[in-house]
Design a protein around this ligand. Structure first.
Ligand code: DGL
Length: 272
């Protein structure tokens, strides 16, 4: 089947985090169809080795390419940091464009910082890959980058305790080095973190600008589809569906909070 605007856009993440990115796309590009894979039986990605992440990311990307998606979105920072190149390569082989997180947020952060001090809060896999540091340094500007690895944050959020004292104390601890460094811009380098954005804003202060993947990626997807002549025309609403490798019920319950749109009746289990 040749590439055409009526095929769905494929997304994947380790679980529900990428739904914060899908949310922006459903709002910004409502006419498109979307197919999302949540690899929740392998969550968290943030503590996994590069090799393991490359294996998962290429397996899921292969599945989505088999579903004949017209564009593939890696809506997970840990997967992008470890396997963005491998997924891009698979996409190239299949003639399908690939959009990933990391680059678009780094570009926005570099453009909006006033004091040149940028913070990155992300999973250990993302921080230790150095992907954000490279993306920021490649801009050729004088930037001071403070990266904080947050091993507990995505698991607490995915566990459903987003608005607990536990999360407040955890986030406070991660914010300390960012405050000390005087960052004026913070990249939320994990697609789970927009759920704690109000908390981060309160602790860091109103003057610190938070950059999430959602806005950055929706814009990147739109530009890419337009340049490939793959944008779906019309004012209608497309469809969206989910495949999860873990428990379906918990994905629906937790995912609704991330997507802020109904998931029920749209989720199928996937053995992968
Ligand atoms: N949402 C994933 C990311 O953006 C991370 C969560 C995890 O550790 O699986 O990195």
């Amino acid at each position: 089947m040749s590439a055409g605007p009526d095929r769905p856009i494929g997304f994947f993440d380790s679980g529900v985090g990428g739904l914060t990115v899908l949310h922006e796309c459903l709002v910004s590009l409502p006419a498109e169809d979307y197919l999302y894979v949540g690899d929740s039986s392998h969550f968290p990605y943030g503590d996994k080795s590069r090799e393991r992440l490359r294996e998962r990311a290429t397996t899921i990307a292969g599945y989505l390419l088999d579903q004949e998606v017209k564009l593939l979105v890696v809506a997970c920072n840990s997967a992008t940091s470890a396997a963005g190149d491998a997924v891009r390569e698979l996409g190239r082989g299949a003639g399908v464009p690939v959009v990933t997180v990391v680059g678009p947020e780094a570009e926005i952060a570099g453009a909006i910082t006033e004091n040149g001090r940028i913070g990155v809060l992300a999973t250990p896999a993302t921080v230790f890959s150095g992907a954000y540091r490279r993306a920021l340094e490649d801009q050729g500007r004088e930037l001071t980058v403070t990266e904080v690895a947050a091993p507990d944050l995505a698991p607490i959020i995915q566990g459903g305790a987003t608005f607990s004292e536990e999360v407040v104390n955890t986030v406070r601890g991660y914010c300390r080095p960012l405050k000390e460094a005087g960052v004026d811009t913070l990249i939320l380098g994990c697609t789970h973190y927009p759920l704690v954005a109000p908390l981060l804003q309160r602790i860091l202060g109103r003057n610190v600008r938070l950059v999430t993947a959602g806005h950055a990626i929706a814009g990147a997807i739109q530009r890419r589809l337009a340049s490939e002549d793959l944008l779906r025309e019309g004012d209608g609403e497309g469809g969206y569906g989910f495949r999860v490798t873990g428990d379906r019920e918990s994905f629906v319950t937790l995912g609704t909070r991330f997507l802020q749109l109904p998931l029920s009746g749209r989720v199928e289990h996937l053995e992968l």
